[in-house]
Design a protein around this ligand. Sequence first.
Ligand code: TXA
Ligand code: MG
Length: 390
Amino acid sequence: MKPVETQIIRIVHPFSDIQLLAAAEALRKGSLVAFPTETVYGLGANALDLQAVKEIFKVKGRPADNPLIVHVADPLAIDDLIAGHNVLGAKLLKEFSPGPLTLVMKRGNQVSDLVTAGLDTVAVRIPAHPVARRLIELAGVPVAAPSANRSGRPSPTRAWHVIEDLSGLIPFIIDDGPCEYGLESTVLDLTGRVPVILRPGAITAEDIFDRTGITVISNRIEQSADSSAPRSPGMKYRHYAPEAEIVLAQGMDIESRAISVKKILDNLKLESDLGHGSVHENQSSMRISLFSCSQTRNASGYEWSPLYEQNTGSESLEPGLYYIDYAAEPDPCAAANRLFAALRRFDRAGIDLIIAETLPEQGMGQAFMNRLVKAAGGAGGKELNLEGLS
Ligand code: TXA
Ligand code: MG
C-alpha cells in the first residue's frame, strides 16, 4: 500500500462546520475518514462509492465476507437503503435513534454487494455523536464504517488508538477524545420471525422490551449450537485476543472477587515455589496486571503499581504486579469504557498475564462480559470460533 499523509483534525469545542468541511468533502469524494462515534471510532467511506468501500477492506485487512454497517444522520435516509418500509425498524428507531443500535433489515437496490458482503440484508445505524452526525450530514452520502482498527486489534475507543493502527494508511483522522460507551453498538437482526441480538451492546433486550414492548432474543443459544451458518458473518472471525493470557476473577461481590484475585496469585506463587513453572513461568518473573475497580484491588491483599492508559510508547516493564482501575467501585459502564484501552495498554507494556474482574451480566454488564470472555478466549471466543467483532 502506498503511504498516505494522515491529517489529524483535533475538534475544538464548541465545534463548527468549518472544522469538518475538508474531511466531509474528502469522504464524499471517496477518501477514508476515521471519526468518533459514541461507541467506538469508525473508519468511514462513502457507501455509494465502490472504490472507497474496497479501500476499507484493504486498509483494515478485513475479510471481504464480513459486511459493513451503513451510517446515516437522518431516519428518512434509511428508507433509501432498505427494501420497502420496516414497521418494526421504524418503531425501534423512533425510540433508540440516534444511538448505539444497529438494525439489520432487507436491503434495497442502492446498496452494493461489497458493503453487505453479498447478503440480502443491510445493517444501518444513526450514531448519536454530534461530530459523527454532522460529518455524515455535510458529506451528504450514507457512510459505510466498521470500527477503525486493523483487523484482529481491539476496536479503538480513543483517537490515539486509530493513529496507532491507521496512521499513514488513511488521509483523515478526526480526534474528539474518548468514546462515551467504549464498546460497539448492539446489532439487532430484524429479518427473522423474532428479532435477534447478534451482538450485545449498550442497548439491551430488556431496554428494548421496556421502551417498546418488543420481545427480542439474544443469539447466545444460536452461537453455542456452533451453527455452521452464523447469521452475522463477522461471528465466525476470531475476536481480538491480547498477547497475554486473561484469567477471570469471578464472584458475586467485591469480597469474593478479591479473594479470587488473591487465590490466582497465591497459586502462581505455589507453582513457582514447587518448580512447576512450565505453564505460567513463575510469578516472580512475570508481568501481571489487574483490571478491576480499586475496591477489589485494595481488598486483594497484594501491592500493585499503576499503569497509565494514556502512555502511548512501547516499553519493557520489570516483572511485577501492575494495575489499571476502571473506577473506584464496580461499574459496568466505566469497565466497558476502559476495557479496549486497557487491553491495548497491556499489550504495549508486554504484560504476560491479565487478571480481570468479572461483573454481573446486567445492563452494560452483558456487553462488557461478552467482550471480556471473548478476549479471554472462552465460550463464544477462540474455542467456539464464533466471534464477530473484528
Ligand atoms: O458501534 C459500532 O457498531 C461501530 C461504529 C463505528 O458504528 N461499528 C462497528 O462495525 O463495530 P464493525 O464492522 O466493526 O462491526 C459490524 C458487525 C460485524 O460483526 C458484522 O459482521 C455485522 O456487524 N454486520 C454487518 N452487516 C451485517 C448484516 N447485513 N447482517 C448481519 N450482520 C452484519
Ligand atoms: Mg469491528
